[in-house]
Design a protein. Structure first.
Length: 255
């Protein structure tokens, strides 16, 4: 037993020493790249920064700031070496990767809020609006939210390469847009026929969902715009078609 513990401690010690050694090599490679860049040897700096990036990607978790820093330095070295387009593309590619990673990482809270909100809406309106409208709407919302959960799992499993990230952003935007349209449909379908207090509840709920999207989709404003357009756009259009007495409310809904 003592021998096993001793061997385990020795193994852990060797692993720690190995990691420390890798960190030291990474640091020296990075520092060398910085020094070469400062002296004007941009080609040499590019080689060292790429080696440092390879080490960091093996040793550090996805999204670590040091990995982003290495990508940034590679872009600078490419630009300084005369390939400005490649340098800008390298930096833009890394920004896109981080943007998509944050979108998928931050969306879980929004999914939970949407599920709770949809369930609460159905509960409040169960005896107030036609169930022939309410039940299909709730089923569609559950289906879209479930599809978004599957999309998150697929993304995390795939760990897409930088050049394969754009389609994942497109699918994310499509799923978010569908969610927004369903919230907009809830306003158009349930607001007119609900009693006064329930009307207020529906309006506040959807506006709250739209406002909360600003936090969830902050990494990509255009995705937030898609969500808000779907959530508030249909209701705003409906309001404006009702007559002049609804104009102020319509302006409020689009603000």
């Amino acid at each position: 037993m003592k021998r096993c513990r001793k061997e385990r401690r020795e193994k852990e010690k060797r692993e720690r020493e190995k990691k420390e050694g890798q960190k030291e090599i990474d640091r020296k490679m990075y520092d060398k790249g910085v020094a070469l860049y400062a002296t004007g040897d941009h080609a040499g700096a590019l080689v060292h920064h790429r080696r440092a990036l390879e080490m960091r990607e093996r040793a550090l978790p996805e999204g670590h700031p040091d990995i982003a820093d290495s990508h940034h330095n590679i872009g600078l070295a490419l630009g300084a070496a005369g390939d400005a387009a490649a340098g800008a593309a390298s930096i833009d590619e890394r920004l896109l990767v981080e943007q998509v990673r944050l979108l998928y990482a931050q969306t879980t809270g929004g999914l939970i809020a949407s599920a709770i909100g949809a369930g609460g809406l159905a509960l409040v309106l169960w005896d107030m609006v036609p169930r022939a409208q309410l039940v299909p709407w709730l089923a569609l919302m559950c289906l879209v939210l479930a599809a978004r959960v599957v999309l998150i799992r697929l993304y995390r499993h795939a760990k897409p390469a930088p050049e394969a990230v754009k389609p994942w952003r497109a699918w994310f935007a499509l799923a978010v847009g569908a969610t927004g349209l369903l919230w907009g449909a809830a306003l158009v379908m349930f607001f007119p026929g609900a009693p006064g207090l329930q009307q207020i509840y529906v309006a506040i709920l959807v506006v709250t969902m739209a406002a909360g999207g600003l936090v969830m989709f902050a990494p990509a404003f255009f995705i937030y715009a898609i969500f808000v357009a779907g959530a508030l756009g249909p209701f705003a259009a409906w309001i404006f078609f009702q007559g002049t007495e609804f104009i102020i409310l319509g302006v409020f809904a689009t603000a």
